[in-house]
Design a protein around this ligand. Sequence first.
Ligand code: PBG
Length: 329
Amino acid sequence: MSGFPQRRLRRLRRTPALRAAVRETRLSCADFVYPVFVVEDAAAAGPVASMPGVARHTLETLPREIESLAALGLPAVLLFGVPAGKDAVASRAGAADAAVPRAIARVREVAPGLAVMTDICLCSYTDHGHCGVVRGRQVHNDDTLEILGRMAVAHARAGADLVAPSGMMDGMVAAIRAALDAAGFHEVGILSYAVKYASSFYGPFREAAESAPEFGDRRGYQMDPANAREALAEARLDLDEGADMIMVKPALPYLDVIRRVREAFPSAPLAAYQVSGEFSMIKAAAERGWLDERRAAMEALTAIKRAGADVLITYFAKAAAQWLQSEPA
Ligand code: PBG
């Protein structure tokens, strides 16, 4: 009695109601975090050509965007800053009057209930575009840590809930935790980009954040896409250093990694970042009529959640929130 013809799995796929009854993974608006870019220079604001529907905001245009996110019921934003002036040591990264600290204050006014996360990395702030200070042709790990700590404290002081270090420096979580605690910000958490690959899928983001490296690439600090066991070592170190939540990034090409991290660290809150290239590929194909945007986006997000992610960082957050409202699962 264990096989065909008695056993027919198609019975439960016959109607929408039956499919809904046995659905194992459901997306919810509460899963999403929306990345928001804030520029210091108004001339740099406006649409990001490689990411249709995504814009770079000034402090003036930001409140409307934030209001619409809150109205959709989205729970959180991840802020990225683009400074007007860059230099070798990322001076604007730790400034109290930089785009991100000021944006945090705006978000707090407009939507006090929204969780505010901020990206902590130097690549948008350095003139060479690397994620840390450069000595010779190398990104110097330990000299970078102190700047990351200052940046995190500036964001915490402005009211960030979580700071999210993305530069893949060794010891970055411990350094930021120590800096936050020394400044009295015990309640500010760390979402570590613990498992971040040296990926070609960040291409469109680098236009949005002006963060492409001037020379070389990021393979000296971001992970080799061929490695999965190493992901567990990265995740373990960051959790031991005090990360409150960890991330795998990119998401869809790394579902196996999401699954392995989820299984190795069952109690760790786990985020996955559906990065710019993952977003733009779907957008571009949909524009050509090659696939259905809504179905492709929701399928990808469902797959990321099914693999084990609790939190989905995605440029589709607004659209997905609307899709979920228009047709509840
Ligand atoms: C900064 C950072 C990057 C992304 C998030 N934080 C780019 C990079 O590492 O080059 C990528 C996000 C995306 O592609 O959407 N280090």
